[in-house]
Design a protein around this ligand. Structure first.
Ligand code: HEC
Ligand code: HEC
Ligand code: HEC
Length: 138
């Protein structure tokens, strides 16, 4: 008898434990917060210290301005090198820099743009990144 009770207590405790993320999300409303951005790409996975060209808060707010600056500079001045604030040099290219790391366009850029109701009109001229490349298994 004692054994059975212990088993039942064990099972209940286990169930409570494994469902913590579920009911804590209900209490905090966290499950509803923001788009689900994926960083599961071959290049980002291979980075020892995954980071963007600038820090993440800056990128969230200013990535469209960076892209616009890159575009203006490349088209007007032919400059193709961007020196980030940490000194790293990047090729100023949507295709070869942003999409090199964020090769999961659909699960990253598009996920957030759909969530925010933004539709950049870049793809009339630039090649629209196609469906997730290897490694982006959601
Ligand atoms: C060297 C790889 C790399 C390159 C190049 C890169 N990113 Fe990132 N990006 C990342 C990583 C990794 C993060 C997450 C960083 C973190 O969480 O600290 C990130 C974060 C971001 C974010 C913030 C997402 C959020 O959580 O709100 C945006 C927006 C973004 N990148 C857009 C871009 C754009 C646009 C470009 C090209 C101008 C670019 N990235 C180039 C790796 C890269
Ligand atoms: C964290 C959410 C988020 C992520 C991730 C993100 N974007 Fe954005 N993006 C936005 C928002 C919000 C706007 C609109 C901002 C505004 O209008 O002020 C925007 C605007 C843009 C614009 C300007 C659109 C226009 O017509 O003016 C471009 C270009 C752009 N994003 C490219 C990208 C690319 C490329 C990536 C992936 C590498 C990316 N974004 C990832 C949220 C995001
Ligand atoms: C009317 C056509 C057109 C549209 C629309 C357009 N671009 Fe471009 N873009 C160009 C051309 C042409 C170049 C120059 C190509 C080169 O020299 O490699 C360029 C260059 C760029 C560059 C620098 C070079 C590179 O390889 O990435 C960036 C970054 C860029 N555009 C971003 C954008 C973004 C972001 C949008 C959407 C908000 C956009 N462009 C919309 C035509 C366009």
């Amino acid at each position: 008898m004692q054994n059975k009770t212990n088993i039942i207590i064990g099972i209940v405790a286990f169930l409570l434990l494994v469902t913590v993320p579920f009911w804590s999300a209900i209490f905090t409303g966290e499950a509803q917060n923001g788009p689900e951005l994926s960083y599961d790409t071959p290049v980002i996975n291979a980075m020892v210290d995954p980071h963007c060209v600038e820090d993440v808060d800056y990128m969230r707010a200013n990535h469209m301005n960076i892209l616009n600056d890159w575009k203006v500079e490349v088209v007007r001045e032919g400059t193709r090198v961007y020196v980030a604030s940490d000194g790293t040099e990047y090729l100023a290219s949507l295709q070869n820099t942003c999409f090199e790391c964020h090769s999961n366009y659909e699960d990253f850029c598009l996920e957030c743009h759909n969530y925010s109701n933004v539709t950049p009109t870049c793809w009339e001229c630039h090649v629209e990144p196609s469906v997730t490349v290897a490694g982006g298994a959601n």
